[in-house]
Design a protein around this ligand. Structure first.
Ligand code: G1P
Length: 357
């Protein structure tokens, strides 16, 4: 079984966080999204992994994956990205006629993907397995939706106006080589994209067997900033306390990780929270569901339910920063001089909500 991680998308809904780096390299609980995908594959016994990238994402993804988990990575260019089925098409040579598990690099699964890989039994005539998850009706309109009858998927539609069910397709699929012939015959759908949903529907129409496996535990598609914050919260709920750095005159409550080389002084931290390697946290409050990246400086400030990227500096900021996604190398400083004002250098497509005084 081979693995295929799709990581060519531009992550436009996450700008400006994704303006300078591809979404799969963004960290949740201080681990890049694409590392979760590799962990899931390796745990399912899959180490021969194709990574579909674009010219814009290849360099930083290669850097993020170098040597990770001892897996073998083959980079496959999808340029420009034209849908998930197109990603399989550009991977045709790498995949050969082997069965493969395809994983979207922005989807997180509480219990990994082993159950989907195990459920795929080609000797019992299966051609594909799709992971399904029950969702509220309004969410179904922005996802792939499946109709299940007699233990098989009998219909699949992409982002339907009027969803025929509330069972959404989560971002993991297992295929045998039959899928390639479907993709060859596929017409582009909305926005000129080749949808994997349409290719799977073609499998069904042509009499092949597509089996549903329900997702156990939580599943998170990290398309938007609030999804990253929520994914971070969910991952941190699994955290167990460990102090590897230096902690003085501080109060750590609940599950808190302080990584090697980090310094925490005169600070209260309510977990679950993680302080990255080499970070400096002083005279601060860090509330639940917060990830502080490597080499971050947080001094005279309060932060909770937040993700802060590596090397960002936050100093002397008045009201508590909450529900916030802050990128890497950001400077956020308070000032006391007159006029009492906000002074901002804000990148394109940033979103800022200031407390009115
Ligand atoms: C893709 C698939 C969709 C699936 C979703 C899961 O949509 O096309 O069928 O439900 O991933 O995350 P996208 O999120 O790329 O719009």
């Amino acid at each position: 079984m081979k693995g295929l991680i799709l990581a060519a998308g531009l992550g436009t809904r996450l700008r400006p966080i994704t303006s300078l780096r591809p979404k799969p390299t963004i960290s949740v609980a201080n681990k890049p999204l694409i590392h979760y995908a590799v962990d899931d594959l390796v745990e399912a016994g899959v180490t021969d992994i194709g990574v579909v990238v674009s010219y814009l994402t290849i360099e930083s993804i290669k850097e993020t994956l170098a040597g990770y988990r001892g897996a073998s990575f083959t980079y496959l260019l999808q340029n420009p990205p034209r849908g998930l089925a197109h990603a399989v098409k550009v991977s045709r040579e790498f995949l050969g006629d082997d069965p493969f598990v395809m994983l979207l690099s922005d989807n997180l699964f509480e219990h990994g993907i082993t159950s989907f890989v195990k459920a795929f039994e080609p000797e019992r005539g299966m051609n594909a397995v799709c992971a399904l998850v029950p969702v509220p009706r309004e969410d179904a309109r922005s996802l792939g939706v499946a109709v299940v009858e007699g233990g098989r998927i009998t219909r699949l539609v992409e982002k339907p106006e009027d969803p025929p069910s509330t069972l959404a397709v989560a971002g993991v699929y297992v295929f045998d080589a039959t899928i390639h012939a479907m993709i060859e015959d596929l017409e582009p759908g909305a926005k000129g994209e080749y949808q994997i949903t349409d290719a799977i529907q073609m499998l069904i129409t042509r009499g092949h067997t597509v089996v549903p496996v329900q997702v156990e535990g939580w599943w998170k598609d990290t398309g938007k900033p609030e999804d990253i914050l929520d994914a971070n919260r969910l991952q941190l709920m699994q955290l167990r306390s460990a102090v590897r750095g230096e902690v003085t005159d501080s109060n750590l409550v609940g599950e808190v990780v302080v990584e090697e080389g980090a310094v925490v002084r005169n600070t209260t931290i309510f977990g679950p929270a993680i302080v990255g390697r080499g970070a400096q946290v002083e005279n601060a409050y860090v509330g639940p569901f917060t990830s502080i990246g490597d080499d971050v400086v947080l001094v005279n400030a309060e932060l909770e339910f937040a993700v802060v990227g590596a090397r960002t500096r936050i100093r002397g900021v008045g009201p508590r920063i909450q529900g916030s996604l802050i990128g890497e190398d950001v400077h956020l400083e308070g000032h006391r001089g007159r006029p009492s004002s906000h002074r901002l250098v804000v990148g394109d497509e940033s979103r800022i909500l200031l407390q009115e005084s």
